[in-house]
Design a protein around this ligand. Structure first.
Ligand SMILES: *Cc1c(COP(=O)(O)O)cnc(C)c1O
Length: 481
């Protein structure tokens, strides 16, 4: 099985190479030429790790010993053995993706990616170190650092927008230990940092460097593929709870930024899982809502700071993969991406947006509505959720109200409420004075839900990475590593 670039101008590569490279040389993203035959019913048996191994073996056939790699990635690192529990909350089910080592949903993928990269390196006989370059809007950075620190043969460099992440998120990153890690703030927003990273990849393409560059952002297929598992896991949990019968369709509402998480849901569907509608939930940065409703993608608008910063994104990288999957037209994708780059907007053909609307539905909510939902869900249903999850809940409610669709609804919960304690406390009417650490402790007292250990232990840790640079200095920074 070969991987192609979504822009069709690079040579096809095998799955190990696709993982090693991250981004294709023509600037496109790697996708399998066709999805493999997959026994989705068989995948519903066994543990979460078994599910993960089956899915990853199918999608990344050139990487051997997948069950072993999966065990290494996850054993002992998550709060629960099923990795991603699904809990009933009112009329919906909530898929808790934040039970990993950094309390972010990104742990599921970023615990796995180092194993995939190390194995791919071995398959390809690659001797150089790999330098993982990552731009983060908050959660990716720490989850990547946690996954990659002290992994032999790999180094990692994380850029985050200065002032654009929460105090807890910053603290998680700048206290990171390990001999192979670099963390640096960039003056600018997340899109600046992400564009900077893309430019570094482009600038380094033809240079002889002591390391090979790769990415931990969801542009890497090795980052995307491990996420497919939790859709299977949730489906299985609904089966076990007697809420569905085998074959019934389930809808999923997904708090979305770079479109990686929700695209994994679409890939689960393409592998056979009975997924109904995928609901793309945004915050006030509602580029994707507009796109899915109209077919016009327009990033020419200010990036707003919201209480759900991991979704404060105007350029959703993985949408490119969806455009490719549904159009099967690399010329079209290359042309649209060029328009996005030069004009800041594009319009897809009517036929393509109709296909997208057949699979996806979209809604957004502003901070006030997210707060209203956090409060109501906590008071009426006894469940504390974070602002990202609240946007997923809002979109799920809108969807059900507007369509009357009665299929079971799973809302993906992408962060622990303790990662955004000020927003959560404000929403439920609590006192928000003091530092974020004070707020975490207060939130725990009010709700009786304990602070995750990895967050509680941050306070007082030594800050090791305090640099701040201009966005046009990112390349120099990397070359000096
Ligand atoms: C990264 C992130 C998202 C967005 O996920 P994508 O895969 O980029 O769409 C949503 N919520 C939280 C808390 C995140 O960290």
């Amino acid at each position: 099985m070969l991987y192609h670039s979504t822009r069709g101008r690079s040579r096809p590569v095998d799955s190990a190479e696709a993982v090693l490279e991250g981004l294709a040389p023509d600037g496109g993203l790697y996708m399998p030429e066709e999805l493999p035959e997959f026994d989705w019913k068989d995948c519903l048996t066994g543990s979460s790790m078994d599910m993960s191994a089956k899915i990853l073996s199918a999608l990344l056939p050139d990487i051997p010993n997948m069950p072993k790699l999966v065990r290494r990635a996850y054993t002992g690192k998550f709060e629960t053995e099923d990795l991603t529990p699904t809990v009933p909350v009112g009329d919906f089910s909530v898929l808790e993706l934040f039970r990993g080592p950094t309390s972010a949903f990104k742990d599921v993928a970023l615990s796995m990616l180092p194993q995939l990269l190390t194995a791919a390196k071995k398959v390809k006989g690659m001797e150089k170190d790999i330098l993982i370059l990552t731009a983060t809007s908050g959660d990716t950075g720490k989850a990547a650092l946690e996954g990659f620190h002290d992994v032999p043969g790999i180094r990692i460099c994380v850029f985050y927008p200065d002032g654009g992440v929460s105090q807890v998120q910053r603290s998680q990153m700048v206290t990171q230990e390990g001999n192979n890690v670099a963390v640096c703030a960039v003056r600018g927003n997340f899109d600046d940092a992400q564009t900077g990273v893309k430019n570094i990849f482009a600038a380094c393409q033809d240079r002889e460097l002591p390391f090979a560059l790769s990415s931990a952002n969801s542009i890497n297929i090795g980052r995307l593929a491990p996420q497919i598992m939790y859709y299977f896991r949730a489906y299985r949990d609904l089966l076990d709870a007697g809420k569905i019968r085998l074959g019934d369709e389930v809808n999923f509402s997904v708090p979305t930024g770079n479109f990686g998480d929700i695209l994994a849901g679409y890939l689960a569907k393409k592998l056979g899982l009975p997924v109904g509608k995928l609901i793309c939930a945004s915050n006030a940065n509602n580029v994707l809502t507009d796109f899915i409703r109209t077919g016009i993608y327009d990033r020419r608008r200010p990036l707003l700071k919201t209480t759900s910063p991991s979704m404060d994104i105007l350029v959703s990288s993985n949408l490119e993969r969806l455009l490719y999957l549904l159009s099967e037209d690399t010329e079209l994708v290359a042309d649209l991406m060029k328009k996005l780059n030069t004009e800041g907007a594009y319009t897809v053909p009517a036929e393509l947006i109709e296909k997208i609307q057949g699979e996806f539905w979209a809604a957004y909510c502003d901070d006030a509505r997210a707060a209203e939902i956090m409060d109501r869900v906590y008071r009426e249903l006894g469940y504390l959720c974070d602002p990202h999850t609240a946007s997923g809940w809002a979109a799920a409610e809108d969807y059900v109200n507007q369509t009357g669709d009665k299929r079971p609804m799973v809302v993906l919960s992408t962060a622990s409420p303790y990662k955004f304690p000020a927003a959560v406390l404000t929403a439920i009417g609590g006192d928000t004075s003091g530092s974020e650490f004070d707020q975490m402790a207060r939130l725990s007292t009010v709700t009786g839900v304990p602070v995750p250990k990895n967050l509680a232990s941050l306070q007082g840790k030594e800050e090791r990475h305090t640099g701040v640079i201009d966005k046009d200095k990112m390349l120099d920074y990397v070359l000096s590593l």
